[in-house]
Design a protein around this ligand. Structure first.
Ligand SMILES: [Zn+2]
Length: 530
């Protein structure tokens, strides 16, 4: 077989957790066809990549990416591919843009613009099949998608506060079944987002039975909205109950300690260990930062979201109704929003305010923080997003990172960046998550390279059924990252978040160089998978 690419003399970390070995890697077309000593005669016409003193691993798989729209707007997607992410699983939290009718696509595209940015206006997203065609060979990385609770509910019942039952539930189940048949890799929901949070535990069980029949897991962002309609008050208890009742696989999104629970890993894992002892099939993911990111409407209770963006803006722009809305913020159990920072301010708003702390901007405008938030949402027609500010206590911040690496020591963990590559001041995880984990934190806390790589490659490929990905072996797809294990490091910070990492010179996707000499090549060789 003719070899198209030969990677010479690198140290192969094959994704299985086995110790690294020095070997050449040969590629024909989009597959790995040789691993070992490749004689010069066999490499005659091949492109040679010199990997002496570098490591080669399978491409990293991001199991939690909010790049649904970013990938459609700019398939190059430097923020992800420069980190070595060769597969992004989109639609986590159930927030995504398919399957949606034309009318619902317009509505949900708008509703999600604070997180996803604006997806292209005219796009056929009427099915998972149509959606996959919009990504296939149009992006630098492979794209897999969950079937999202958001679109499925929207199609079944609109932006209305009703748990699905009867005919509506049947039509949601049918849509989910169809989505899984068309290649969705699981069912995802986020229960601080809408219309997802209007569900009750029974609805989630009914939907999970459908995904379970396909052997697919549920990826869940735990409920902290509408907790009165959840088994056990939502959170971990509800998630575990769904898996218990339906016998289906469960995947916990961004499950880690926070600054106020730093160091309490054992306590965090208690319910997980109990559920696993019962025999439930559970995996988890995390990202290596102390704070998260979202959009401001997540601070407001369910009734505000009814009817969608137009109705929401009507509430915001009415003095009496907006005062009532602020009063009812306390129905959500979040801590106060003062310590958030604007990451993304869309058209109509003042871009220069990206990076402003909520408390400071409220003071500047002479209003309360919630009033400031509503004014910004009005000015930008909801297209604005924020993240939390990390604690000034670096000791606690470091403890959370130490906890994260301790979690990653477990064989049931993987990495989900929760990347939101939108706006001028995004959370640094969008540009740095994987490099931070495999470089800075692995070295600081001294974990074996092959173990950290396994969590980012084989683990997610196995869990989400990504065929022939996640390991380096003959016959597998040639998704590869070539990096310097002693130098690889994230450079994105909370203050300067859009800097690319260093120490990852080359990235290949389906046998083609997507990054060469630490620069994107322009190749759009990603497949819509699994
Ligand atoms: Zn998320």
């Amino acid at each position: 077989m003719t070899l198209d690419v030969v990677i010479r003399g690198g140290t192969v970390v094959d994704g299985t957790g086995s110790p690294p070995v020095i070997a050449d890697v040969g590629i024909s077309g989009d597959r790995i066809t040789a691993v070992g000593d490749i004689p010069t005669s066999a490499a005659n016409s091949a492109k040679i990549i010199d990997a002496t003193s570098l490591h080669i691993s399978p491409g990293f798989i991001d199991v939690h990416s909010h790049a649904d729209a970013a990938l459609l707007n700019d398939g190059q997607h430097a923020s992800g591919i420069r980190q070595g992410v060769t597969t992004e699983i989109i639609a986590p939290d159930g927030l995504t843009l398919a399957p949606l009718s034309t009318e619902n696509y317009k509505l949900y595209r708008w509703y999600l613009s604070g997180i996803l940015g604006w997806a292209p206006e005219d796009l056929d997203m009427s099915s998972i099949e149509a959606s996959r065609a919009n990504y296939h060979l149009k992006t630098s990385c492979n794209v897999a998608t969950f079937a999202g609770h958001g679109p499925i509910r929207l199609e079944a019942a609109g932006m209305n506060d009703i748990p699905l039952t009867g005919e509506k539930l049947e039509s949601a189940k049918n849509l989910l079944r169809e989505s899984l048949e068309q290649g969705a890799v699981g069912f995802a929901t986020g229960l601080s987002y809408y219309p997802n949070s209007w569900s009750d535990t029974d609805e989630l069980c009914s939907l999970m039975e459908v995904a379970g029949a396909f052997g697919r897991p549920m990826s869940i962002h735990l409920r902290n909205h509408n907790v009165d309609r959840a088994f056990g008050g939502g959170g971990v208890t509800e998630a575990i109950e769904i898996s218990r009742r339906t016998g289906t696989k469960l995947h916990f999104e961004h499950y880690r300690t926070f600054v106020d629970s730093a160091g309490e890993v054992e306590k965090l894992l208690e319910p997980i260990e109990e559920a696993k002892a019962e025999g439930l099939d559970i995996t988890l993911e995390t990202y290596p930062y102390p704070v998260g990111s979202s959009f401001p409407q997540a601070f407001f209770p369910g009734y505000f979201h009814e009817g969608g963006p137009e109705a929401m803006l009507a509430v915001i722009n009415d003095d009496v109704k907006s005062a009532e809305l602020i009063e009812r913020m306390s129905e959500i159990s979040y801590t106060n929003p003062d310590d958030n920072v604007w990451t993304h301010i869309g058209e109509g708003g003042d871009k220069d305010l990206e990076g402003w702390l909520f408390a400071d901007l409220a003071k500047k405008w002479g209003v309360s923080v919630p009033e400031m938030m509503l004014r910004m949402m009005s000015q930008t027609s909801l297209a604005c997003g924020m993240r939390s500010a990390p604690s000034g206590n670096v000791n606690l911040w470091r403890q959370v990172e130490k906890d994260v690496m301790e979690l990653m020591d477990r064989p049931d963990y993987m990495v989900g960046s929760d990347s939101i590559p939108t706006g001028g001041m995004p959370h640094p995880r969008a540009y740095g998550c994987f490099a931070r984990m495999v470089g800075r934190l692995r070295r600081r806390y001294n974990y074996p390279l092959e173990q950290v790589v396994q969590r980012m490659t084989q683990n997610p490929a196995d869990r989400f059924g990504l065929t022939d990905r996640g390991v380096i072996a003959q016959g597998k797809f040639a998704d590869l990252v070539i990096f310097d294990e002693s130098k690889v490091i994230d450079r994105s910070t909370f203050e300067d978040p859009t800097l690319h990492p260093e120490g990852i010179p080359h990235v290949l996707v389906n046998g083609k160089l997507a990054v060469e000499d630490e620069d994107v090549t322009g190749a759009l060789q990603g497949y819509a998978i699994p």
